[in-house]
Ligand binder design. Structure first.
Ligand SMILES: CC(=O)SCCNC(=O)CCNC(=O)[C@H](O)C(C)(C)COP(=O)(O)OP(=O)(O)OC[C@H]1O[C@@H](n2cnc3c(N)ncnc32)[C@H](O)[C@@H]1OP(=O)(O)O
Ligand SMILES: CC(C)C(=O)C(=O)O
Length: 794
């Protein structure tokens, strides 16, 4: 347990502000990026628990080059063999691009300076960086030096560096620049900093303009004052140092007060040209200033930073592997959570922002204007840094409808109306509260699918649309006989109800009210529409209609129903707009009926009650001796339902048998559209394929057709293709024998699918019988084809 003082002034002294007349920096603005120097491999590295290995330093160096750094402090070569060898490795293995200056640090000690020069022998471009601390505390406590001795230490060793650089330039052709750091600059009397730098410049004797400028690096070795004070010091230095044009004023801020970024930015406004720092702010104690942060601050002001952080995630991975230090989740620009909005009002604003920006950018593009980024809560486009928008909006119990709707739109392409968003938000809220955790995109989309039974058979509810037909009928209302006569719609459809296919029929002003009427009539499900909207998704051939419907319980007084507090939303998606709306109705109905028991199918065979699919199939076995394949049973069951709609589900055994024969062309005297007269079948010796020559009646006219296939039926389909447009395929074929001995006949069941011009597929069954099994199969094919709406057959 510490002991914080009641009066800290008894222990800590405030900084002494500079009396700077007419300071200019407060009104300056950013114009261009400073020169960047990465000191990750020196200041960053020296502050690690485990300094980087040679391999890690190499990986990091390559990363810095890739990011675009042109000045990189690679080592303190005299510190260790690892650092020395690393410098040698880069030089000897040609790792340093010609446009990159390497920088090496040395203290003002002759042996260490000489060793430093040995390390860089043969490099093309080198900045020798020498430092000695200059503030009173260091002069007195660490070096025991007067101000004169401190200046002498710096100037003497600068002269040595001048001589050695001349020598190495001559022997190795190296271009040298010189950087001097009055370490602890921000704690040093500013007049003394200027004096020592003037003395160093004189000792160097080679400072000139352009590339020959001497670099004075002015570190906030320890940040002990607010950033405005550092800016004052820099402005003072810039305006008092001699031959300013021959100097690069460099900053080296640390972050002890947490204001390293602010200090660097204000000091740039105050006249600095260059900044030394580390990626993500690694470095001694609280770290060096973060160059990623600084560069992206400029970028978001529209200023080119000359550093490339477009794969920020990849950079983070390398840096964290090398430094063994994590990047904080809330680190500016780089943290895992910085582009994430959990809270509802933020999400809502971002969602609206994206929508508005999309339209604005379309206008900008039309007017040849730049697509300026302007987004609530997001100062930078995450995509610029290689982040996806998915990460932007994340949902937990603090989130609202806007964020959830944003994710539904992103991932399911659906844009539900506001009231439905509110309704779905309550679903997610309940889950988030119950499970006390973040809701992932998967959680949200799955909840959406489950709630609205949306997204294919896996999410089907108790009721699902299988097929339908909507027809238009003139109004029977006698009052409706003028020219504005209303048309009525009839819905005829098959829906799956609790696993049983049921055929229902209803009438209404439109398809939706006709379906609701059918549901009311056949299933005692009574709902009324309160709201309906739709929008398209995609365009051209792939366009789909998304429909959203709100249903309320239907009562006799529709007005009351519309005011009902309880409602159920549904969504439908289909390439056909009518189907989309009908699906939306069933989606909402599924929510509305819950697990309420629905009336059983009213189908009575003979005098029995409640006949099902198996009873109907048994009746056909009894009357005709034939066993229907399973899918034909289901299909015929629908036919029976449709045929008995008017008789309230009642049908006699005889009528049932007749209905079967008529529907599938089985043992009927009447000719069907395609009728088999004769055929010949050959088997090719070479290919083993069958060649079929058909003589048939097509709509009463004798025609001949030939076809080839693997078997007689596929050959028959090929022969039919010469008579029709579109494509026929056999979906199912089975057969069995009826009778015994010489009386035996074959019964064949064929289901054909027909498709023309990518229009909706039709399917139909045909049943044929003959003592010859091939003839039986061919008859079944032609009967099935006769039931299809074949285009171009006549
Ligand atoms: C603020 C900064 O980040 S500055 C850079 C700091 N980085 C490092 O120190 C990492 C590399 N350093 C090292 O490996 C070692 O310190 C070495 C090899 C440079 C020197 O090691 P040693 O000779 O053992 O000295 P030591 O580490 O104890 O350094 C302190 C000595 O250097 C002197 N010294 C410190 N800084 C400087 C300087 N800039 N110029 C000249 N002498 C200096 C001190 O006064 C002290 O001298 P003394 O022994 O006469 O009292
Ligand atoms: C050597 C100097 C520039 C330094 O690292 C510091 O003062 O932090």
């Amino acid at each position: 347990m510490g002991c914080m003082l009641i009066d800290p002034s008894q222990k800590y002294k405030p900084y002494t502000p500079l009396q700077l007349e007419n300071r200019k920096w407060p009104t300056c603005t950013f114009k261009k990026a400073p020169i960047w120097l990465s000191t990750d491999l020196r200041d960053g590295n020296q502050a690690l628990v485990n300094p980087m290995t040679a391999d890690q330093k190499l990986t990091f160096f390559r990363l810095l080059v890739k990011c675009g750094f042109k000045e990189i402090e690679i080592a303190y070569p005299a510190a260790s063999d690892t650092d020395f060898s690393f410098v040698r490795y880069l030089i000897e293995n040609d790792e340093i691009p010609d446009d990159v200056w390497i920088q090496v640090l040395t203290p003002a000690r002759e042996d260490l300076i000489r060793r430093t020069f040995e390390s860089v022998a043969g490099a093309k471009h080198v900045i020798i960086h020498m430092y000695n601390a200059t503030c009173a505390l260091f002069r007195e406590v660490v070096f025991h030096n007067s101000t004169e001795q401190t200046i002498d230490l710096a100037a003497r060793h600068t002269a040595l560096i001048r001589d050695l650089s001349n020598e190495y330039a001559a022997s190795h052709g190296t271009r040298f620049r010189y950087e001097y750091s009055p370490e602890t600059f921000s704690q040093t009397e500013v007049e003394f900093s200027v004096a020592i730098c003037d003395a160093v410049k004189a000792a160097w004797g080679k400072a000139d303009i352009g590339d020959d400028r001497i670099i004075f690096n002015l570190p906030a070795t320890v940040e002990i004052a607010p950033p405005n004070h550092y800016a004052d010091q820099i402005e003072y230095f810039c305006t008092h140092i001699s031959e300013r044009e021959k100097i690069v004023v460099s900053l080296h801020p640390h972050n002890d007060r947490g204001t390293g970024i602010a200090a660097a930015e204000l000091a740039v406004l105050a006249g600095a040209d260059r900044i030394e720092g580390c990626l993500f702010g690694n470095g001694e104690r609280t770290g060096n200033v973060d160059i990623v942060n600084l560069a992206l601050n400029l970028y978001t002001q529209g200023i080119k930073p000359h550093l490339d952080f477009s794969d920020l995630q990849g950079i983070i991975e390398i840096v964290t592997q090398c430094n063994d230090l994590p990047v904080h989740p809330r680190h500016p620009y780089a943290g895992e959570l910085v582009f994430t909005a959990f809270s509802g009002s933020h999400q809502d604003a971002i969602k609206k922002g994206f929508e508005e920006q999309k339209e604005r950018h379309a206008r900008n593009s039309a007017n040849s204007e730049p697509p300026i980024w302007s987004m609530p809560y997001l100062p930078i486009d995450p995509a610029d840094l290689g982040c996806t928008y998915e990460a932007v909006i994340r949902v937990n119990s603090q989130s609202g409808k806007g964020g959830i709707a944003y994710l539904v739109k992103q991932h399911l392409l659906l844009d539900p109306p506001r009231k439905m968003q509110i309704s779905f938000y309550q679903v997610i809220q309940a889950i988030a509260d119950r499970e006390a955790r973040e809701m992932t995109v998967d959680d949200i989309t799955t909840a959406f699918r489950q709630t609205y039974h949306f997204g294919g058979p896996k999410y089907e509810g108790r009721l699902a649309l299988k097929s339908f037909n909507v027809t238009t009928e003139p109004s029977s209302d006698p009052l409706d006989q003028d020219e504005a006569r209303d048309e009525r719609r009839r819905f005829d459809g098959t829906i799956l109800v609790d696993g049983v296919l049921r055929v229902i029929r209803g009438d209404g002003n439109g398809p939706i009210s006709a379906l609701l009427h059918a549901l009311h009539t056949h299933l005692d499900i009574n709902f009324t529409v309160r709201e309906y909207t739709e929008h398209t998704i995609g365009d051209g051939h792939n366009a789909k209609a998304a429909s959203y419907i709100e249903l309320v319980a239907g009562t006799d007084g529709v007005k009351d129903a519309r005011n009902s507090s309880q409602s159920w939303w549904g969504v439908g998606l289909d390439s056909d707009i009518t189907a989309s709306g009908l699906r939306a109705v069933l989606s909402a109905v599924n929510g509305g009926i819950g697990d309420r028991v629905l009336p059983e199918l009213k189908l009575n065979l003979g005098l029995d009650s409640a006949s099902g699919q198996a009873d109907i199939a048994d009746a056909i076995v009894n009357s005709l001796g034939i066993q229907l394949p399973r899918r034909l049973q289901a299909s015929f069951f629908e036919v029976v339902q449709r045929a008995t709609l008017k008789s309230d589900g009642w049908i006699s055994h005889d009528n049932l048998t007749q209905l079967f024969k008529e529907t599938y062309g089985y043992e009927v005297q009447r000719s069907s559209f395609f009728e088999l007269l004769s055929f010949t079948l050959e088997k090719s010796i070479d290919s083993g394929r069958r060649k079929l020559a058909l003589e048939m009646l097509v709509n009463g006219e004798v025609r001949h057709a030939t076809g080839e296939g693997n078997g007689p039926l596929s050959a028959a389909v090929a022969a039919l293709h010469s008579q029709i447009q579109g494509v026929l395929t056999i979906r199912e074929y089975t057969e069995h024998a009826v009778g015994e001995g010489t009386e035996v006949t074959a019964v064949s069941f064929v289901e054909l699918v027909y498709e023309v011009n990518q229009a909706k597929k039709q399917a139909a069954w045909g049943v044929g019988s003959d003592s010859d099994i091939t003839a039986s199969g061919l008859k079944a094919v032609l009967k099935a084809a006769s039931s299809l709406d074949i285009f171009g057959a006549a």
